[in-house]
Design a protein around this ligand. Structure first.
Ligand SMILES: Nc1ncnc2c1ncn2[C@@H]1O[C@H](COP(=O)(O)OP(=O)(O)OP(=O)(O)O)[C@@H](O)[C@H]1O
Ligand SMILES: [Mg+2]
Length: 500
């Protein structure tokens, strides 16, 4: 039994947790849910020894423990897989080295030699134990997000932890990878008596794998519930948002105009995408779907000039254009909200305010080159309000915002830029349902303004909810074009998995 009592914590300008009681048991899977910025990650970081300035008490099996460093957390058998997986991995080391990182580091204190065969064998053993197919010699920087996460879970398993905290583990995963993760989580909880905290914004997922749930709002616990037939997903969402929640997908009629973007036979050098044909019309929201790894992100990046195009033709409003790099893409009226926000989408060391204006500085610059700070700030405040970005001020550094709020900034940044064609690559990853609704509203509004929109996602429900037309990708190719009104999840899955 792990128990937290009366936990509070403050950061400059933010009371992140107030008097939180929280508990989990070994061998059980417990859900934690709340809107972006509710305090979920902060609470978990108290348990993992990172937020050491908490007040309140923590008990393990009735014994009070003082978790003031990550090392002490590990000693108590508490392991965490953070929301931003990259921060916990060393990209240029191998899978095996990353899994065994702690014991390598600890050994270095005592010994002069590292037994590499032993290290790799142990890493292999753990990968086998949880049935993950990864080569221990691959460098971590070559892995997908899903694979990186597996590495981190393996690292926790090596440590033989008692409690494993998973902070939005499924956000970067496809359905298939999620099923795989669930298998591992169930196995570890049943057969190895590990107690889990499982954070996710997908309520259906929590209902599938967890036995009980804690709902948080504004740094406090709203309620604890058993997950059984009496509890509905709707209830959970309304408790966490503190309001009624109806339609996730805004319905509105948009007139679709002439072809804005026309792509013929597009390929990149690595053949990550092969001879892609597609078009987007004015006011149209076009979905690009497929499993993780099907080439959606690569297609988005190639269109945006972030991956070099070697074959094919791109026309905007009937004119052939050359996109050599992202900055030329921006000049031609394209905008991309990228998938891996912390690497490509935002500047984490900078303020919200500079992030929101970074992609469109020229708009706020007069003919003498001076930036109009007043207009810039006005726009930033407007977006903070519109997207419900939770922050003490517009000057807050991005890295101090919660994960979902960082994503809102990544989206908001491009809304300022006034492009003609917007490319969204998995924009709702890690975003709570309330904020998702806000993002969908914004996208719909862009469509109403006559913009062309590409919406790439592996979440079929979102694709079906928001798009007009869909391209399904498989192995780098567009394998099927479908009218959203005349298709369903089964059909999307069929073509996504190579059916023809
Ligand atoms: N080190 C810090 N400095 C300043 N503020 C912080 C810090 N860490 C967290 N916060 C603030 O505490 C609040 C809670 O953040 P937290 O990351 O716990 O939210 P969350 O529930 O995990 O949200 P999300 O679903 O977006 O991941 C937010 O307002 C956040 O900006
Ligand atoms: Mg979080």
């Amino acid at each position: 039994m792990l128990e937290m009592r009366n936990i509070s914590i403050e950061f400059p300008g933010v009371k992140a947790l107030s008097n939180v009681d929280f508990g989990i048991q070994r061998g059980k899977i417990h859900a934690l849910i709340g809107a972006n910025g509710a305090g979920k990650s902060t609470l978990m970081k108290v348990l993992s020894g990172v937020n050491s300035h908490y007040t309140g008490q923590i008990f393990i099996d009735g014994r009070q423990v003082h978790i003031r460093t990550p090392k002490l957390a590990k000693k108590e058998g508490i392991e965490i897989v953070y929301q931003e997986v990259d921060t916990a991995l060393i990209p240029y080391l191998s899978v095996g080295e990353n899994i065994m990182l702690n014991s390598i580091v600890n050994n270095m204190n005592r010994k002069h030699f590292i037994k590499w065969t032993e290290i790799y064998n142990k890493a292999k053993e753990v990968l086998n134990k949880i049935n993950v197919n990864l080569d221990v010699k691959t460098t971590v920087k070559e892995l997908s997000l899903a694979q990186k996460q597996m590495v981190l879970i393996c690292r926790a398993v090596v440590e033989e932890c008692k409690f494993l905290l998973l902070d939005e583990p499924t956000a970067p995963l496809s359905n298939r990878e999620t099923i795989e993760l669930f298998r591992i989580v169930r196995d570890l909880s049943k057969n190895h008596n590990v107690g889990f905290v499982f954070i996710s914004h997908r309520v259906n997922e929590l209902f599938e794998i967890c036995e009980s749930i804690t709902i948080m709002k504004d740094g406090a616990v709203v309620t604890n519930k058993k997950i059984d037939d009496r509890l509905t997903q709707q209830q959970v969402v309304e408790l966490m948002l503190g309001r009624k929640f109806e339609e996730l997908y805004p319905k509105s009629k948009v007139d679709i105009g002439e072809v804005l973007l026309d792509v013929q036979g597009l390929s990149d050098k690595e053949k990550l995408i092969k001879k892609v044909h597609m078009n987007v019309r004015k006011g149209e929201i076009v979905g690009v779907t497929g499993l993780v790894g099907a080439g959606k992100t690569e297609l988005c990046k190639t269109l945006f000039g972030a991956i070099k195009q070697v074959e094919g033709e791109i026309k905007i409003a009937g004119k052939i254009i050359k996109i050599k790099d992202p900055s030329s893409a921006v000049k031609q009226g394209l905008a991309l909200v990228p998938e891996e926000r912390s690497k490509e989408g935002i500047l984490v060391e900078e303020s919200i305010y500079s992030n929101l204006s970074a992609s469109s500085l020229s708009k706020y610059t007069n003919k003498f080159g001076f930036v109009d700070r007043v207009a810039e700030k006005h726009k930033a405040l407007e977006l903070i309000k519109e997207l419900g970005i939770k922050t003490p001020s517009e000057y807050q550094k991005l890295k101090l915002l919660s994960g979902g709020n960082q994503q809102k900034v990544a989206v908001g940044k491009w809304l300022v830029s006034e492009a003609e064609i917007y490319i969204f690559d998995e924009p709702t990853k890690g975003v709570d349902v309330g904020a998702k609704q806000d993002i969908f509203k914004l996208i719909t509004r862009l469509a109403q303004m006559g913009k062309g929109i590409i919406y790439a996602s592996c979440e079929f429900s979102e694709i079906l909810g928001i798009t007009d037309r869909i391209y399904v990708m498989y192995d780098g190719c567009v394998v099927k074009e479908l009218e959203t009104a005349n298709t369903n999840e089964e059909e999307l899955l069929y073509y996504s998995t190579g059916g023809s």
